[in-house]
Structure formats: structure tokens, C-alpha cells
Ligand binder design. Structure first.
Ligand code: ZN
Length: 326
């Protein structure tokens, strides 16, 4: 009958008609993955339209020079290893440490450790594993802050879901003792817990984690996951954010690749975050969500301007993580 509905635009919005932003000042997306590809210019067109003018990006080292030429000091880099080559070999680890040097020379101030349950299953690694210690120590000696992806949506541990076998993947709660060990080990170095520390499902848990570890901050990235779970408990998340104003950085987790084509894909994530943090919208989300309700829901938290400014740029500046002169 009709053409297939765009999964990034279920509501048929005009994403070029950008709603007015509630807080003045620049917006830093502190968690994204920009590759140099045929979509890079389209991505920045969408980001600029939404006032997101600075980015911290997990860009492959080989794309760093070209991206710097394109955006100058509006981009900062989050050092990552070459995941495709990942193994427990000495050669992989040596290369990872050399890449940290190169990223640091390119101005990177953060390095990322992806410590989701599959790493435990495939490599037997958690954050306190001896194989990783020289990498962690090297990163600290270079002055890096850390970004840690520690857990995934709680739904992924459900019956028949991908982490159902907890002897292989660990339970969701078992992901956290290694993180807490790490937070103490690197203290007072800043650690960014990606995707609201992996536990937007339980803001009280996050509150206790932040209470115990002064060097922990969280990023708000992963649009579908965060939109879904905020919509299930908007008041709790709002209260959490008001209480922890100085501990959350804005991030999208947008991945810029040829596989994700078009202005609407990139704009939809920034639209959804803006609606969620800045407005009192309650209704359908425009982004299809395979893990959630049908239709997907979005709840706006209508955060005060000073909270938005802290999330968008203030906290990153205070922590010395904003790119360029900040
Ligand atoms: Zn990410």
C-alpha cells in the first residue's frame, strides 16, 4: 500500500524544522562514533542544525587526521583500540598501547574500554583482568581519562535474550564489582560510565554508585535505550538528574557510517534527546525500537536550563574534557 515507514521517522516529522533550544550555549556530544565516509557531511549538517557543534568521538586512528581537517578543534577524540584485531595476544596489547600514544598526540583526553558482557564471554576479560593492567597503567601515565561501557539493557538478560546464560555473561549486577574496583584503582582520574552507567533502569542504583565514587560521571548516550527507559520512569530519572546535575554529560551514541544513510537518521537522535531533556512532550517516539513498546514512547523531562547547560557543556569543561579550548 504505502511506502515503508522510515524507522527513524515513524511520525513523519520534518527534522529540518528544529525546535528552539531551551538553554543557550554550545552543545557537546560526548559520546559518538564518527567515521570518515559518504555520510560524514550529512551527519554534521544534522548536528549543526540541532546546535550540537562539538563532539567527542571514537574515530578509528586512521580517520583522525581527515576529521581534524574537517572540523578542527570542534572535535576531540576518544582513543579506541582496533577492535577488529582484538585478541589476548601480546601483539594486540602492544599495538593498543602504541595507539594510545598516537591518540594522545592527536589531542585525545579520554580512552575507551568496551567491557560489555561479550568481552567476558569471548576473552574472559573484566576490568580488573591482569591482561588489561599494563594498558590501564599506560593510559594513566599519559594522563587519559576513561570511558567505560560496563553493561547493556536489563532486557538483554531476560528469558531467551542474548545474555540469558549468566554463567558465560554474568548477571547484570555482576558487571559492576569490576567497575567499582576500577574506579578505586584509577581514582581520582575521571571515569565516564557510558549509557548512564548502563543502568538507566535503576536510577537509585546509579545514585549510590555516584555517591561511592567521586571520580565517576555518566554520559546520556544510546538513544533508543535511554528514550525507552526514561519513558518508563520519567519522574525517577528527572529527580536523579536534578540531584546529580554535575555528574552527567550529554551524548548520543550516534554511529556515522555509510550503513546509516540520510539526514533524518542523524537528526532523529538529536531531535529525540532534545524532546526528552528539554520539553514536557509525552507521547510516541519517532524512532522504532525493537527492544521496546509498539508504538515506542517518549517522555520529556523538561529539565531547567541550568541543568541542561551543565549536561551539554559545563560539566565537560569543568572536567577538562571539552575539545579545543573548551
Ligand atoms: Zn558508543
Amino acid at each position: 500500500m504505502s511506502a515503508r515507514v522510515d524507522p527513524a521517522n515513524l511520525l513523519g516529522l520534518n527534522y529540518r524544522d528544529v525546535p528552539r533550544r531551551k538553554a543557550a550555549g554550545p552543545i557537546l556530544d560526548a559520546h559518538c562514533h564518527i567515521h570518515m565516509c559518504g555520510q560524514t557531511a550529512t551527519f554534521f549538517e544534522a548536528a549543526d542544525a540541532y546546535g550540537v557543534t562539538a563532539h567527542l568521538t571514537m574515530t578509528p586512528l586512521s580517520d583522525v587526521p581527515a576529521l581534524k581537517r574537517l572540523r578542527g578543534d570542534r572535535v576531540g577524540f576518544i582513543a579506541i583500540p582496533n577492535w577488529k584485531e582484538m585478541s589476548g595476544s601480546e601483539a594486540f596489547r602492544t599495538r593498543w598501547m602504541k595507539d594510545l600514544d598516537a591518540f594522545r598526540e592527536a589531542g585525545a583526553r579520554v580512552c575507551k574500554f568496551w567491557m560489555a558482557p561479550p568481552i567476558r564471554a569471548e576473552q574472559g576479560w573484566t576490568l580488573e583482568h591482569a591482561f588489561l593492567r599494563p594498558v590501564v597503567d599506560h593510559a594513566r601515565s599519559l594522563g587519559f581519562a576513561f570511558m567505560i561501557h560496563v553493561a547493556d539493557p536489563s532486557a538483554w538478560w531476560g528469558r531467551g535474550a542474548r545474555y540469558e546464560n549468566t554463567t558465560v555473561f554474568g548477571t547484570k549486577l555482576e558487571q559492576y564489582p569490576p567497575l567499582e574496583w576500577f574506579l578505586k584503582y584509577v581514582s581520582p582520574t575521571t571515569v565516564i560510565g557510558a549509557h548512564l552507567g548502563g543502568f538507566v533502569e535503576d536510577p537509585e542504583f546509579l545514585d549510590r554508585l555516584l555517591e561511592r565514587h567521586a571520580n565517576l560521571v555518566l554520559d546520556s548516550s544510546a538513544t533508543k535505550w535511554i528514550v525507552r527507559e526514561v519513558a518508563r520512569r520519567p519522574e525517577k530519572v528527572r529527580a536523579f538528574l536534578l540531584r546529580r546535575v554535575d555528574r552527567v554529560l550529554f551524548g548520543s551514541d550516534l554511529v556515522v557510517r555509510d550503513a546509516y544513510a540520510g539526514f533524518d537518521h542523524y537528526a532523529s537522535r538529536y531531535w529525540a534527546h532534545q524532546a526528552m531533556w528539554e520539553t514536557d512532550y509525552r507521547g510516541e517516539s519517532p524512532i522504532e525500537d525493537p527492544d521496546g513498546e509498539h508504538p515506542p514512547r517518549l517522555a520529556g523531562l523538561d529539565l531547567p536550563p541550568e541543568v541542561l547547560s551543565a549536561m551539554y557543556i559545563g560539566n565537560a569543561r569543568r572536567l577538562g574534557l571539552a575539545p579545543g579550548k573548551g
